[in-house]
Structure formats: C-alpha cells, structure tokens
Design a binder for this molecule. Structure first.
Ligand code: GLU
Length: 485
C-alpha cells in the first residue's frame, strides 16, 4: 500500500484571470488534501505553483488575481510563492536551474539531444505530412559530427533540447484514478521539446521536473491535459522517477455542451463575485461540478465536503454549468448566512445607497428584512433603496397605480391623523398590530388596499420587506415625512 504523504498542487498559468475550471481543479485538490488530513493520513499538503514559463503571456496582475480568487473561495495553500515552503521557489520562472540540471542529466544519458532544426525546416516537415495526408511526427535525423560543428557556429540555429522517445516503447498505460486504464501508442509520439531554444522549459518538462522535485503524490488536473500525460510518463521513466498518481477531471461545459466560454457570461471567479455570488455559495456550487456527495449533501461547508471527498466519486462525464442551480444555491446562502457575515459581503454592493443614518445592528436588520427573495447580492441596492436617505422614488408603475386609486389619499390621511400619533415604535410587532387594527377599522375596505396605500407612501412600491419592519426601520420622522407627501 502506498503510504507516502499526500502532496497535491494547483499549477495555474497566469495568462488570464482565475478561470472557473482552474478554480474547480484547485478546489478538488484542496478537498482531497483536507480529506487526507481528516482521515488521519498524517500530513497532507496543498501547494500553489505558478507556471509562468510563457513569459510573453504571463502577467503579474493575473498572479494577484489567482491569489485573491483562491483565498476568497477559502482555498488556502500550505506552500506557495508568497508563503514559501521546503521546495521553494514555487514560480517556474525562478526555477531555471532545476530544468537545466534535469535536462543535462537526460543529455548525458543520451535520452535527450540538441535539435538544430530551424522553424522553417520544422514547418516544411509539417507541410509534407499534411500533403501526404499522414499525421505529423517529428522526423529524427542523425547529424554527422561535421554538421553539428557547423550548426554550433550558425547564429540562426539556436538549439532546443528534445526528448528521445524510446523506440519500440509500445503502449504507454496511464492508470488514471478517474478514467481507469488509458493506453497511448508511443509510436505516435515524436521526439518533443524539453527546453526551447530561448532557454525556457516546455510545459511538459517543467511540470514533470517540478512535480518530481516538489514530491507531488497525486496530479489532479483537468482532462484537457490527458494528452500531455503519456509524454510526461516518458520523462518520469527517463529520469527513473516514481510516477505520481494521476486523476484527470472532466471538463466543465456550457449548457449547450460547448466549451465554457465568455459567450455564456462570466468565466472568471472574480466576475461571479462581482455579480453578487457569495464565495461560499460559489465554492459549494463548484464542489458539485463533477463530484457528488456519497450522502447526497447539496449544501455544506468545504470542511464537511472535505470529510466526504474521495476521487472515486468524480464523474466521468463532463459537468454542465447550471446557472439556475448556482442561483438557487446562492439564494439559500443569502438566506441562511449569519447577518454579520452577510453584511461584510454586502458592503461592496451597497455603496450606491446611503444607509449612513443606521447603526450596524440596524443595517443587519435591513438585510434580514430584504434577503428572502434575493438570488444575488447585486440585487441589494434595488432591494434596500427605499431605506436610503435619497428622496423617495415614487415612479414605479405599481406605486403610481396605488396613488391613482380614489381611496388612497383618504386612507393615508386617516392613518397619519388618527394612528400615527398613537404608534408604539418599540418593535416591528407593536407597529404591526396597530396597522392591522387600523386596516380592520376601515372595513369593508380590503386589508390589501390599506396596506398597499401605506406601503406605496413609505416605500414607493407594493412589494418588499414586511410593512411593519419598514416602518420600524425608517422611524417616526421619515415615516411621517413620507405619509405627508
Ligand atoms: N499550467 C497548467 C494549466 O494552467 C497546469 C497543468 C497541470 O496541472 O499539470 O493548465
């Protein structure tokens, strides 16, 4: 039985904002490590590694976005660029000496070689393959010593280092923890680049060198990398290194089963948060994108999910991004979240409404009063607008309709003159009783007619928070002002 400590990693490339697919992969790695911790597997470590070997496309702002997004989702890493760790550095652009050293090892053993072909020669090879309607395979050549000497002096022939794919290797068998046994035919793999001519490593090489040197036990990543895996296995074999366990997780698809792309709206984690999804709800949602709880749990903290999390419950088929489900979950979280936490999350959405006249407990009471029908926090400004200090907007058609009713003016006049001076402002309940008694006293007028008249007057609409709460929150001064006009 394998008893080596669990060490997993998320290895994003900072070439864009943290994508949902990467975040979901990070989450699965995190849950897997947490599960190992919970089940007494001893130490389990979740590592963040920044794969920025593509220097042209990598940007510092995306590194920050990756940090921020992962933290927001509650996925704190144990080792990483910002916090260090025993296998630092955790940024590929700072690990050049590792790649160099491992490349030299392969060169010495003849398992890799310098390739002096120019781009034009490689392109010509590919074109020939296309013309002859056969799959392209890099054409290995045995250069003579004289040729090599000439190449070395030619400034147009900066060499790359290529891996020498062993002849007659036959089938490379990937034993994947999600997909089972996946065979690849080694004869279809041409000698591939390990180190580019500019001295930077190719992805497959950097990834394997890092996974070996960081003692990664399980490589859990997106299925889009499965075609890289046979090449990576060959590199492990050449370096006589122990293979990690592999688990390739299915893709996340848009509802029409195409690739999840901008066309369907947000794809970056930060964008979903900006749209008013709670990080907790979003993490919960992503946990269920391609994994299911053995107990059927739909709503739980990451800690609870971590206790249940095993790789055998990862789905084989792609996960479809279900916006309705996300909305439903987010609504549940908004309704159930402790108010202090909800207020902290709500702050950034409430900047457009002036609630400065209320103290913190009252702001929380306002949130509690309006949260029931919400699906996202971006609906908050609209939901709380009538509690703000700005003049009340009475242009909503429902409100206009109420004021067009003949009874409205007299209902409001009676309420203001006879009930208002006697109101007990101690609690919403005392106010509620008085309103009800007033409405009953106006029979045969309908309860709804009376309520809507008062509602429209104090809030500019006929739906929203409970009426007695609205009065309680606004307080006598504002209520009187609004009843009068
Ligand atoms: N840098 C790769 C990516 O962002 C990660 C590949 C891996 O996990 O091995 O997709």
């Amino acid at each position: 039985m394998d008893v080596s400590p669990v060490r997993v990693r998320i290895a994003p490339s900072p070439t864009g904002n943290l994508h949902v697919g990467t975040a979901r992969t990070a989450l699965f790695n995190y849950l897997f490590a947490q599960h190992a911790k919970h089940t007494g597997h001893g130490e389990a470590t979740f590592i963040l590694r920044i794969e920025d070997t593509d220097l042209d496309r990598s940007e510092a702002q995306y590194v920050d976005d990756i940090y921020e997004g992962l933290r927001l989702l509650g996925l704190q890493w144990d080792e990483g660029p910002d916090i260090g760790g025993p296998y630092a550095p955790y940024v590929q652009s700072e690990r050049g000496e590792f790649y160099q050293r491992y490349a030299e090892r392969l060169l010495e053993k003849g398992l890799a070689y310098y390739c002096y072909k120019t781009q034009a020669e490689l392109d010509a090879e590919k074109e020939r393959a296309v013309a002859e309607k056969r799959p392209y395979l890099y054409e290995r050549v045995q250069w003579t010593a004289a040729e090599l000497d000439a190449f070395k002096l030619d400034p147009n022939r900066k060499p790359s280092i290529r891996f020498r794919v062993p002849e007659n290797r036959g089938s490379i068998l990937l034993d994947d923890l999600v997909r089972g046994e996946v065979p690849f035919d080694a004869s279809l793999i041409g000698d591939f680049v390990l180190m580019k001519s500019n001295g930077t490593p190719a992805y497959n090489f950097a990834c394997v060198v890092d996974d070996i040197t960081m003692v990664i036990s399980h490589v859990i990543r997106g299925e889009d990398h499965i075609s890289n895996t046979p090449k990576q296995i060959l590199i492990y074999e050449a370096l006589a290194a122990k293979l990690p366990a592999f688990a390739h997780v299915s893709m996340i698809l848009a509802p029409d089963r195409s690739k999840l792309s901008k066309r369907y709206g947000a794809t970056a984690v930060a964008e979903f948060i900006r749209q008013g999804y709670l990080p907790e709800a979003f993490a919960n949602f992503m946990t269920l994108l391609g994994w299911s709880s053995p107990e059927g749990t739909e709503i739980a903290s990451l800690e609870t999910f971590a206790r249940q999390f095993t790789l055998d419950r990862i789905a084989h088929s792609p996960a479809v991004f279900d916006q309705e489900k996300l909305n439903w979950l987010n609504g549940m979280y908004i309704r159930q979240m402790p108010l202090a936490e909800l207020r902290a999350h709500a702050e950034r959405y409430l900047r457009s409404v002036d609630l400065s006249r209320y103290d913190i407990p009252m702001v929380e009471f306002i949130l509690d009063s309006v949260r029931e029908p919400l699906t996202t926090l971006s609906q908050l400004p609209e939901a709380v607008s009538y509690f703000g200090s700005a003049p009340l907007d009475r242009s909503h058609p429902d409100c206009v309709a109420v004021f067009a009713e003949t009874e409205t003016a007299s209902i409001l006049k009676a309420f203001e003159e006879t009930v208002f001076p006697t109101l007990n402002w101690e609690s919403p309940e005392t106010l509620g009783l008085a309103i009800k008694a007033f409405a009953n006293s106006l029979k045969p007028l309908k309860m709804k007619t009376v309520m809507w008249a008062i509602r429209a007057a104090v809030s500019g609409r006929v739906h929203g928070a409970d009426l007695s709460r609205i009065l309680f929150i606004l307080g006598p001064e504002l209520v009187k002002e609004r009843l009068l006009g």
